[in-house]
Design a protein around this ligand. Structure first.
Ligand SMILES: Cc1ncc(COP(=O)(O)O)c(C=O)c1O
Length: 360
């Protein structure tokens, strides 16, 4: 299977290790094992494959994040990246039409393209606060569309689709019999209203939700994600999954269970880091009118518009070379003229100060 290069991964692998201030990050200060209330019993557990499709303890903890789904509606994967891939492999065939709401995580268009699907892009607009226009979306999705992909809260824009709008999107999908894959790795990180938005899988029988330990729970090193959806789809995913997963590590399964069972303290800590990042960003934007962005409603990133006539790859490369600050070029997310900024990064204020002093 031929597939396009994963542009953000290629950029980050090349530039982040050398950065003094890494603002490309999407994670909130990862936790250590010692931050979790684990039991020393775990050191006696034999490191076999464990429960192949995820332990009942882990699935029960995942189930508690949803309102309507049962254990049979859940499968455990290698991160959200494994979850997304398994959904595409299970659902799509050559020639299927897929609508992908962009900007988004590149998996949501490059994997369907690599499987021979016809991908239609629906671009979010800054003037709509990076939220979809429902009438336009209704036109883009047709009776030929098999799958709509969205990412809510959105990486990179930090927009969060309000629950009422999710329900309207479901109405559009339902009348055209379209599946919806909602990548919800940032679900639980809303800055406005309740921390958790509604999950698409609780709103729609063909709604497929992907989640993971990486962002909301600050444990990207555990490599645990999941898919929640209709039971027949989960069966199909488990069939595909036998070829690329076997099981997730028994240690990852255990620590993920503990973290989800104790998620309130992680949420409190993370919301504090997010709020302080947004405050720093807001004051900086007020003092530096040559930059603008829509402030985030959730997630961990924003799309920064810089007021220089220079392509984003060149801007980010020069910025990093002269200041040590790494930003992610918008071009790697099909958003030329912008750069992605992770507002939960360490030493954000100092990094922003360097950005404003730099003139390309
Ligand atoms: C929207 C989105 N989906 C999926 C992933 C992959 O997450 P994981 O680390 O859980 O595999 C990322 C990582 O940045 C992401 O931003």
């Amino acid at each position: 299977m031929k597939i396009a290069g994963f542009k953000i991964e290629e950029w980050m692998n090349r530039y982040c290790p050398r950065a003094e201030y890494d603002l490309t990050t999407t994670c909130i200060a990862p936790l250590s094992v010692n931050d979790l209330p684990y039991s020393k019993e775990i050191f006696n557990v034999k490191l076999g494959y464990g429960d192949i499709e995820g332990s009942l303890r882990l699935k029960t903890a995942i189930k508690s994040l949803y309102e309507t789904r049962e254990i049979e509606n859940i499968t455990v994967t290698h991160g959200a990246i494994g979850a997304n891939q398994l959904v595409f492999l299970s659902l799509l065939e050559r020639g299927d039409e897929v609508v992908s709401i962009v900007p988004t995580y590149q998996q949501h268009y490059s994997i369907p393209e690599s499987l021979g699907s016809r991908v239609k892009f629906y671009f979010l607009k800054e003037e709509n606060k990076w939220l979809p226009d429902l009438a336009e979306l209704d036109r883009v999705i047709t009776s030929k569309t098999k799958l709509l992909c969205l990412n809510n809260p959105n990486n990179p824009t930090g927009s969060v689709i309000p629950d009422w709008m999710l329900e309207e999107i479901v109405k559009i999908a339902r009348k055209k019999n379209v599946w919806i894959l909602s990548d919800e790795v940032y679900r639980g990180l809303n800055l406005i209203g309740k921390p958790y938005s509604k999950s698409i899988t609780d709103l729609y029988e063909r709604g497929i939700s992907v989640g993971s330990m990486s962002k909301t729970y600050s444990l990207p090193g555990l490599r645990v994600g999941w898919v929640v959806g209709r039971e027949d789809l989960i069966k199909e995913i488990n069939h595909q999954r036998q070829y690329n997963t076997i099981s997730v590590s028994i240690l990852d399964d255990y620590f993920a269970s503990i973290a989800l069972e104790n998620r309130d303290f992680i949420a409190r800590r993370n919301v504090e880091i997010m709020r302080s990042g947004v405050n720093v960003l807001k004051s900086w934007l007020e003092a530096n009118p040559e930059f603008r962005c829509i402030l985030p409603s959730g997630g961990t990133t924003v799309l920064l518009k810089y007021n220089y006539d220079i392509p984003s790859r060149e801007y980010c490369r020069k910025l990093q070379n002269s200041t040590g600050v790494a930003l992610l070029p918008g071009e790697t997310m099909e958003m030329e003229g912008y750069a992605r900024l992770g507002f939960c990064a360490d030493n954000l204020g100092e990094a922003l100060d360097r950005i404003s002093k730099f003139k390309p």
